[in-house]
Design a protein around this ligand. Structure first.
Ligand code: TXA
Ligand code: MG
Length: 342
């Protein structure tokens, strides 16, 4: 406790709320998180309640850079150390065998646990301050993305405020505000929980850290998840969706849009094409998106939220480059967003 003077008063206040079993939303470099003390099942239950998330969907535990990973896990394979060395702090979550003393509320009843050390300075300060307040100096913050279940993740404090107005007004949730999330999509998730049983790394959720970056460190290609056993809520077919129906459209079909849009509807069209070359129609509003995957990821959730306020009947999204590592995560998110309306 003697080091608490190192922290901003807003950080200490937020850390104390977490220690009290309260919810605190905070910025990370990927998206904003909805945090609670990972070792307090009552606090963790409040996350599920606020999100409207089924209780068997496990949460990611966020830990500070100097944390002892062994505290949270029962075994740490070599691959985990290699990936942590390469990508922590940063947008990578590792699924590892859970230590028995960690309540299984946080892992949705599973005996594995998701762990991430974020790089965002505000997140790190909060995590350090929280761990310091714990009697044993070890503390982790369980935090899913700070959005209602199935909705678009928040990349700014304003998004969190609009997502949970009632919870914030009634004091159930407070928000530690920071800048906009630099990356803009959720962390890459790698499952290493069955390495000791001879099962290699599985890429559960693609993200900013790409498959080939992982392969370079692992020395082999991570496997893809067994589709028949979905264990990741973000891996449900429909997820990450705006309120306005979203549909993907091939580049070659953009010219047909004027004949597709009903006369009484207004559609937003996200495209890479030069807007001047596209057929104009009073029913179509074109928006240019970046041809750089990282910039696209940074902007997409904020753009979808903004379009949700504009009264469009549909958001048509030009299909993304396929078979390109850099676009795998965005393909994943937009396909799941579209699947919510199929
Ligand atoms: O970037 C991120 O990961 C953000 C920020 C806040 O850190 N968090 C995030 O959390 O995206 P959430 O709950 O929206 O997605 C976490 C995913 C879920 O799909 C969950 O099922 C999976 O991680 N997960 C967590 N623990 C797991 C476990 N033990 N086994 C399998 N999947 C797990
Ligand atoms: Mg989420």
């Amino acid at each position: 406790m003697s080091d608490t003077y190192l922290f901003d008063s807003s950080i200490i206040e937020a850390a104390k709320k977490l220690l009290n079993g309260e919810l605190v939303a905070f910025p990370t470099e990927t998206v904003y998180g909805l945090g609670a003390d990972a070792e307090n099942p009552d606090a963790v239950a409040k996350i599920y309640q606020a999100k409207g998330r089924p209780a068997n969907h496990p949460l990611i535990v966020h830990i500070p850079p100097d944390a002892n990973i062994q505290y949270w896990t029962s075994s740490v394979p070599e691959e985990a150390f290699a990936l942590m060395e390469a990508f922590w702090p940063g947008p990578l979550t590792l699924i590892l065998p859970k230590a028995d003393h960690i309540p299984s509320a946080v892992s949705g009843g599973q005996n594995s646990i998701g762990i991430r050390c974020p790089s965002h300075p505000v997140a790190q300060q909060l995590l350090k301050a929280f761990a310091m307040l714990k009697t044993n100096g070890q503390g982790g913050v369980a935090a899913p993305s700070a959005n209602k279940f199935g909705h678009v993740s928040p990349t700014s404090a304003a998004h969190v405020l609009s997502e949970f107005p009632e919870e914030i007004a009634s004091g159930i949730l407070s928000v530690l505000e920071g800048d906009d999330s630099e990356i803009g999509i959720e962390s890459t998730i790698v499952d290493l929980s069955r390495v000791k049983d001879g099962v290699g790394a599985v890429l559960l959720r693609p993200g900013h850290i790409t498959r080939s970056q992982l392969a370079e460190v692992l020395g082999y290609q991570p496997a893809s998840p067994d589709k028949s056993a979905p264990r990741v809520s973000g891996s449900l077919k429909a997820h990450y969706a705006p309120n306005t129906p979203l549909q993907l459209i091939k580049e070659a079909d953009l010219d047909r849009l004027p004949s597709l849009v009903p006369a009484i509807e207004k559609w937003a069209v996200l495209t890479f094409a030069d807007i001047d070359t596209l057929p104009s129609s009073s029913n179509l509003n074109y928006f240019n998106v970046s041809t750089n995957a990282q910039d696209y990821a940074h902007d997409i959730y904020a753009l979808l939220r903004q379009l949700d306020t504009k009264g469009f009947q549909r958001i048509m999204v030009q299909s993304l480059p396929q078979d390109d590592d850099n676009w795998e995560a965005l393909n994943d998110r937009l396909q799941r967003a579209a699947a919510a309306f199929e």
